[in-house]
Write a protein that binds this ligand. Structure first.
Ligand code: GLU
Length: 302
Protein backbone atom coordinates (compact mmCIF):
# COMPACT_ATOMS: atom_id res chain seq x y z
CA UNK A 1 0.00 0.00 0.00
CA UNK A 2 1.17 3.51 -0.73
CA UNK A 3 2.31 5.37 2.35
CA UNK A 4 3.50 8.67 3.72
CA UNK A 5 5.39 9.06 6.97
CA UNK A 6 6.61 11.28 9.74
CA UNK A 7 10.14 10.55 10.94
CA UNK A 8 11.19 12.52 14.02
CA UNK A 9 14.57 12.20 15.71
CA UNK A 10 13.92 11.72 19.44
CA UNK A 11 16.51 14.23 20.56
CA UNK A 12 14.21 16.92 21.96
CA UNK A 13 10.49 17.55 22.35
CA UNK A 14 8.60 18.39 19.17
CA UNK A 15 8.00 22.12 18.87
CA UNK A 16 5.19 23.89 17.10
CA UNK A 17 7.17 23.91 13.83
CA UNK A 18 7.76 20.15 14.01
CA UNK A 19 4.08 19.64 14.87
CA UNK A 20 3.01 21.72 11.89
CA UNK A 21 5.21 19.60 9.60
CA UNK A 22 3.69 16.44 11.11
CA UNK A 23 0.18 17.78 10.44
CA UNK A 24 1.20 18.53 6.84
CA UNK A 25 2.67 15.04 6.34
CA UNK A 26 -0.58 13.58 7.70
CA UNK A 27 -2.68 15.83 5.42
CA UNK A 28 -0.65 14.92 2.32
CA UNK A 29 -0.89 11.19 3.11
CA UNK A 30 -4.55 11.07 4.10
CA UNK A 31 -5.72 13.34 1.27
CA UNK A 32 -4.15 10.94 -1.22
CA UNK A 33 -5.54 7.76 0.38
CA UNK A 34 -2.18 6.72 1.75
CA UNK A 35 -1.28 4.95 4.95
CA UNK A 36 0.57 7.14 7.44
CA UNK A 37 3.58 5.61 9.19
CA UNK A 38 5.78 6.73 12.03
CA UNK A 39 9.51 6.14 12.09
CA UNK A 40 11.71 6.95 15.07
CA UNK A 41 15.11 8.09 13.78
CA UNK A 42 17.16 7.07 16.79
CA UNK A 43 20.48 6.07 15.24
CA UNK A 44 22.52 8.80 16.86
CA UNK A 45 22.52 7.01 20.21
CA UNK A 46 24.50 9.61 22.15
CA UNK A 47 22.05 12.36 21.33
CA UNK A 48 19.08 10.06 21.92
CA UNK A 49 20.38 8.80 25.25
CA UNK A 50 20.93 12.35 26.39
CA UNK A 51 17.25 13.05 25.67
CA UNK A 52 15.79 10.24 27.74
CA UNK A 53 12.00 9.83 27.48
CA UNK A 54 11.71 12.14 24.50
CA UNK A 55 10.44 9.49 22.12
CA UNK A 56 7.46 8.69 24.35
CA UNK A 57 6.65 12.39 24.70
CA UNK A 58 6.86 12.91 20.94
CA UNK A 59 4.44 10.04 20.28
CA UNK A 60 2.08 11.29 23.00
CA UNK A 61 2.12 14.84 21.58
CA UNK A 62 1.32 13.62 18.05
CA UNK A 63 -1.61 11.64 19.50
CA UNK A 64 -2.78 14.70 21.48
CA UNK A 65 -2.95 16.65 18.23
CA UNK A 66 -5.25 13.95 16.88
CA UNK A 67 -2.96 12.50 14.23
CA UNK A 68 -3.43 8.79 13.68
CA UNK A 69 -0.77 6.42 12.38
CA UNK A 70 -1.02 3.00 10.77
CA UNK A 71 0.85 0.16 12.44
CA UNK A 72 3.49 0.38 15.15
CA UNK A 73 6.35 2.88 15.07
CA UNK A 74 9.45 1.64 13.26
CA UNK A 75 12.69 2.26 15.16
CA UNK A 76 15.89 2.69 13.19
CA UNK A 77 17.96 1.34 16.09
CA UNK A 78 16.26 -2.04 15.53
CA UNK A 79 17.08 -2.18 11.84
CA UNK A 80 20.89 -2.07 11.83
CA UNK A 81 21.11 -5.37 9.93
CA UNK A 82 19.00 -3.86 7.12
CA UNK A 83 21.45 -0.98 6.65
CA UNK A 84 24.37 -3.42 6.63
CA UNK A 85 22.61 -5.56 4.01
CA UNK A 86 21.86 -2.56 1.81
CA UNK A 87 25.48 -1.44 1.91
CA UNK A 88 26.65 -4.99 1.20
CA UNK A 89 24.40 -5.04 -1.87
CA UNK A 90 26.19 -1.97 -3.21
CA UNK A 91 29.30 -4.08 -3.10
CA UNK A 92 32.44 -2.67 -4.68
CA UNK A 93 30.87 0.76 -5.14
CA UNK A 94 31.42 1.35 -1.43
CA UNK A 95 34.83 2.43 -0.20
CA UNK A 96 36.49 3.39 3.05
CA UNK A 97 37.31 7.04 3.65
CA UNK A 98 39.72 8.20 6.34
CA UNK A 99 39.44 11.94 5.78
CA UNK A 100 38.60 14.26 8.64
CA UNK A 101 36.20 17.13 8.03
CA UNK A 102 39.14 19.45 8.13
CA UNK A 103 41.07 17.49 5.51
CA UNK A 104 38.05 17.57 3.24
CA UNK A 105 37.67 21.32 3.70
CA UNK A 106 41.34 21.84 2.98
CA UNK A 107 41.68 19.44 0.06
CA UNK A 108 43.39 21.45 -2.62
CA UNK A 109 41.29 19.88 -5.33
CA UNK A 110 37.99 20.52 -3.55
CA UNK A 111 35.63 22.10 -6.06
CA UNK A 112 33.96 25.32 -5.00
CA UNK A 113 30.84 25.18 -2.95
CA UNK A 114 27.62 25.33 -4.86
CA UNK A 115 25.04 27.98 -4.04
CA UNK A 116 23.44 26.18 -1.10
CA UNK A 117 26.79 25.43 0.54
CA UNK A 118 27.03 21.91 -0.82
CA UNK A 119 30.65 20.89 -0.84
CA UNK A 120 31.20 17.73 -2.85
CA UNK A 121 33.61 15.18 -1.40
CA UNK A 122 36.83 15.70 -3.35
CA UNK A 123 37.52 11.97 -3.78
CA UNK A 124 40.72 11.81 -1.71
CA UNK A 125 40.21 8.21 -0.56
CA UNK A 126 38.40 6.94 -3.65
CA UNK A 127 41.32 5.09 -5.17
CA UNK A 128 43.51 4.12 -2.24
CA UNK A 129 45.43 0.89 -2.68
CA UNK A 130 44.82 -1.96 -0.26
CA UNK A 131 48.21 -1.23 1.31
CA UNK A 132 47.31 2.42 1.85
CA UNK A 133 44.01 1.45 3.43
CA UNK A 134 45.69 -1.00 5.77
CA UNK A 135 48.08 1.71 6.81
CA UNK A 136 45.34 4.27 7.48
CA UNK A 137 43.20 1.80 9.44
CA UNK A 138 45.95 1.71 12.05
CA UNK A 139 45.19 5.24 13.16
CA UNK A 140 41.56 5.74 12.31
CA UNK A 141 38.35 3.87 11.66
CA UNK A 142 37.18 4.75 8.19
CA UNK A 143 33.75 5.98 7.15
CA UNK A 144 32.06 4.27 4.20
CA UNK A 145 31.23 6.27 1.08
CA UNK A 146 29.43 5.41 -2.12
CA UNK A 147 31.12 5.94 -5.48
CA UNK A 148 28.65 8.21 -7.26
CA UNK A 149 30.72 8.93 -10.36
CA UNK A 150 29.67 12.59 -10.26
CA UNK A 151 26.04 11.75 -10.86
CA UNK A 152 23.42 14.44 -11.23
CA UNK A 153 19.86 13.87 -10.11
CA UNK A 154 16.60 15.72 -10.65
CA UNK A 155 13.57 15.30 -8.44
CA UNK A 156 10.10 16.77 -8.63
CA UNK A 157 8.83 18.39 -5.49
CA UNK A 158 5.16 19.29 -4.97
CA UNK A 159 6.16 22.63 -3.51
CA UNK A 160 9.64 23.47 -4.79
CA UNK A 161 9.09 22.13 -8.33
CA UNK A 162 11.93 20.50 -10.23
CA UNK A 163 15.13 20.41 -8.21
CA UNK A 164 18.44 19.26 -9.67
CA UNK A 165 21.55 18.60 -7.71
CA UNK A 166 24.94 16.95 -7.84
CA UNK A 167 25.44 13.62 -6.10
CA UNK A 168 28.88 13.29 -4.57
CA UNK A 169 30.46 10.28 -2.88
CA UNK A 170 28.40 10.75 0.27
CA UNK A 171 28.79 8.92 3.57
CA UNK A 172 26.82 5.70 4.19
CA UNK A 173 28.41 4.86 7.53
CA UNK A 174 30.16 7.37 9.71
CA UNK A 175 33.65 6.91 11.09
CA UNK A 176 32.15 6.19 14.52
CA UNK A 177 30.25 3.24 13.03
CA UNK A 178 26.80 4.91 13.01
CA UNK A 179 24.79 4.37 9.80
CA UNK A 180 24.35 7.70 8.06
CA UNK A 181 21.03 9.51 7.91
CA UNK A 182 21.02 9.55 4.08
CA UNK A 183 21.36 5.76 3.95
CA UNK A 184 18.90 4.88 6.70
CA UNK A 185 16.15 7.16 5.36
CA UNK A 186 16.33 5.63 1.91
CA UNK A 187 16.57 2.01 3.07
CA UNK A 188 13.63 2.50 5.44
CA UNK A 189 11.39 4.40 3.04
CA UNK A 190 11.86 1.61 0.48
CA UNK A 191 11.29 -1.17 3.03
CA UNK A 192 8.23 0.54 4.54
CA UNK A 193 6.59 1.18 1.16
CA UNK A 194 6.84 4.96 1.63
CA UNK A 195 6.22 6.59 -1.75
CA UNK A 196 5.52 10.11 -0.46
CA UNK A 197 8.08 12.05 1.57
CA UNK A 198 6.79 15.21 3.27
CA UNK A 199 9.24 17.03 5.56
CA UNK A 200 10.81 20.40 6.28
CA UNK A 201 12.46 22.22 3.41
CA UNK A 202 15.76 22.25 5.33
CA UNK A 203 16.13 18.73 3.91
CA UNK A 204 15.43 19.68 0.30
CA UNK A 205 19.10 19.66 -0.66
CA UNK A 206 19.40 16.03 0.53
CA UNK A 207 16.61 14.87 -1.76
CA UNK A 208 18.61 14.45 -5.01
CA UNK A 209 21.18 12.28 -3.19
CA UNK A 210 18.51 10.20 -1.51
CA UNK A 211 16.51 9.77 -4.72
CA UNK A 212 19.66 8.66 -6.51
CA UNK A 213 20.46 6.14 -3.76
CA UNK A 214 16.92 4.76 -3.93
CA UNK A 215 17.54 3.99 -7.59
CA UNK A 216 20.91 2.38 -6.88
CA UNK A 217 19.16 0.10 -4.38
CA UNK A 218 16.69 -0.95 -7.07
CA UNK A 219 13.82 1.12 -5.67
CA UNK A 220 11.46 3.77 -6.96
CA UNK A 221 11.94 7.45 -6.16
CA UNK A 222 9.12 8.71 -3.89
CA UNK A 223 7.01 11.81 -4.44
CA UNK A 224 8.39 14.74 -2.44
CA UNK A 225 6.91 17.78 -0.72
CA UNK A 226 9.38 19.88 1.23
CA UNK A 227 7.32 22.29 3.29
CA UNK A 228 8.40 25.74 4.51
CA UNK A 229 9.54 25.83 8.11
CA UNK A 230 8.26 27.86 11.01
CA UNK A 231 10.58 30.74 11.93
CA UNK A 232 10.80 33.02 14.96
CA UNK A 233 10.19 36.78 14.95
CA UNK A 234 13.75 37.30 13.65
CA UNK A 235 13.07 35.07 10.66
CA UNK A 236 15.32 32.33 12.03
CA UNK A 237 14.19 28.71 12.00
CA UNK A 238 12.37 27.95 15.25
CA UNK A 239 14.50 25.98 17.72
CA UNK A 240 14.47 24.83 21.30
CA UNK A 241 16.41 27.90 22.42
CA UNK A 242 13.44 30.05 21.40
CA UNK A 243 11.78 29.01 24.65
CA UNK A 244 8.17 27.99 25.13
CA UNK A 245 7.38 26.13 21.95
CA UNK A 246 6.61 22.49 22.84
CA UNK A 247 3.01 21.41 23.58
CA UNK A 248 3.75 21.10 27.29
CA UNK A 249 5.45 24.51 27.48
CA UNK A 250 2.72 26.15 25.45
CA UNK A 251 0.03 24.63 27.69
CA UNK A 252 1.80 26.07 30.72
CA UNK A 253 1.43 29.53 29.20
CA UNK A 254 -2.27 29.01 28.48
CA UNK A 255 -1.96 27.84 24.89
CA UNK A 256 -3.59 24.42 24.90
CA UNK A 257 -3.77 21.79 22.15
CA UNK A 258 -6.87 23.44 20.67
CA UNK A 259 -4.94 26.73 20.44
CA UNK A 260 -2.00 24.98 18.72
CA UNK A 261 -4.32 23.36 16.17
CA UNK A 262 -5.95 26.73 15.50
CA UNK A 263 -2.54 28.32 14.99
CA UNK A 264 -1.49 25.53 12.60
CA UNK A 265 -4.77 25.76 10.67
CA UNK A 266 -4.41 29.52 10.27
CA UNK A 267 -0.72 29.30 9.33
CA UNK A 268 -1.69 26.88 6.56
CA UNK A 269 -4.43 29.20 5.33
CA UNK A 270 -7.04 26.53 6.12
CA UNK A 271 -8.91 28.34 8.87
CA UNK A 272 -9.29 31.88 10.16
CA UNK A 273 -10.68 34.06 12.88
CA UNK A 274 -10.04 31.78 15.83
CA UNK A 275 -12.21 29.03 14.37
CA UNK A 276 -11.78 25.76 16.26
CA UNK A 277 -10.28 23.07 14.01
CA UNK A 278 -9.53 19.35 14.05
CA UNK A 279 -7.17 17.46 11.75
CA UNK A 280 -10.27 16.08 9.99
CA UNK A 281 -11.59 19.57 9.27
CA UNK A 282 -8.20 20.63 7.89
CA UNK A 283 -8.23 17.50 5.73
CA UNK A 284 -11.60 18.46 4.19
CA UNK A 285 -10.14 21.82 3.18
CA UNK A 286 -6.61 20.73 2.28
CA UNK A 287 -5.31 21.77 -1.14
CA UNK A 288 -1.55 21.35 -1.63
CA UNK A 289 -1.56 23.86 -4.49
CA UNK A 290 -2.86 26.60 -2.16
CA UNK A 291 -0.30 26.07 0.62
CA UNK A 292 1.71 29.13 1.69
CA UNK A 293 5.13 29.08 0.05
CA UNK A 294 6.73 31.29 2.69
CA UNK A 295 7.95 30.34 6.17
CA UNK A 296 5.36 30.94 8.92
CA UNK A 297 6.34 33.24 11.74
CA UNK A 298 5.65 32.08 15.28
CA UNK A 299 5.92 34.79 17.92
CA UNK A 300 6.97 33.14 21.13
CA UNK A 301 5.13 34.44 24.16
CA UNK A 302 3.14 37.17 22.46
N1 GLU B 1 14.64 12.68 11.24
C1 GLU B 1 14.72 13.84 10.42
C2 GLU B 1 14.45 15.06 11.27
O1 GLU B 1 13.92 14.93 12.35
C3 GLU B 1 13.72 13.82 9.29
C4 GLU B 1 14.13 12.90 8.22
C5 GLU B 1 13.21 12.82 7.03
O2 GLU B 1 12.03 13.19 7.14
O3 GLU B 1 13.67 12.36 5.98
O4 GLU B 1 14.81 16.14 10.86
Amino acid sequence: MAAGRYAPSPTSDLHIGNLRTAVLAWLFARSTGRAFLLRVEDLDTDRVRAADGTEARQLADLARLGLDFDGDPVRQSQRLDKYAAAVASLDDRVYECFCTRREIAEAASAPHETRDGFRPYPGTCRDLTEAERTERRRTRRGALRIRADEAWMTITDDIAGRISGPVDDFVLRRGDGVWAYNLAVVVDDLAMGVDQVVRGDDLLSSAPRQAWLAQQLGGTVPAYAHVPLVVNADGVRLAKRDGAISLTELAASGRDVAWVLRWIGESLGLSAGGEQVTPELLLERFDPAALPREPSVFRVGS
